[in-house]
Design a binder for this molecule. Structure first.
Ligand code: HEC
Length: 138
């Protein structure tokens, strides 16, 4: 009886621990926002986009009609709408895409194994993008 009770208790505890870990797993997928202040497109972000994104999201035929070679283009978004929500990086499609936090890996950016050989952003770069968006995406 005591043994049974003990087993039930540990099973409940295990279940709880599991529930907590799966709940937090989602938020943990996003690298934390940088604590840097005064982050701007011109000062900090354009260089990241130029290095990792504008080969596809620039020029005359940008992929998904999303242009990242200007602040106006980034704010305008894609054929499907806004990809940046100023003040809310955790819900911005762009952050979910670069953090590989969307269910469909076709949404991950830059695309995995792209022919141009462009590598995923680093957690530091994603943190800077998050800080920029959280600070209003200026
Ligand atoms: C090698 C080409 C390539 C590179 C590099 C690239 N993308 Fe993309 N991107 C695409 C394609 C293609 C799509 C359309 C995917 C689809 O609709 O399935 C897309 C779609 C997107 C979307 C989703 C648009 C929407 O609402 O459907 C976002 C956001 C995005 N890219 C951001 C970025 C960012 C940020 C970078 C750089 C860190 C980047 N991409 C680099 C090719 C690229």
């Amino acid at each position: 009886m005591t043994l049974l009770k003990l087993t039930t208790t540990s099973a409940t505890l295990l279940g709880l621990a599991f529930a907590v870990s799966t709940l937090t797993a989602h938020a943990a997928e996003l690298p934390p926002a940088s604590t840097q202040t005064g982050v701007t497109y011109a000062g900090n972000i354009k260089a990241i986009f130029d290095h990792s994104c504008t080969k596809c999201h620039g020029g005359k035929k940008p992929k998904a009609h999303l242009k990242l070679d200007s602040l106006a283009g980034a704010m305008k978004g894609s054929k499907d709408g806004k990809v940046i929500l100023p003040g809310d990086s955790a819900k911005s499609q762009m952050i979910l895409a670069v953090s590989h936090a969307t269910k469909d890996h076709h949404d991950w950016m830059p695309p995995l194994h792209n022919r141009a050989g462009i590598k995923p952003l680093t957690p530091e770069q994603i943190g800077l993008l998050r800080a920029w968006i959280d600070q209003g995406a200026k």
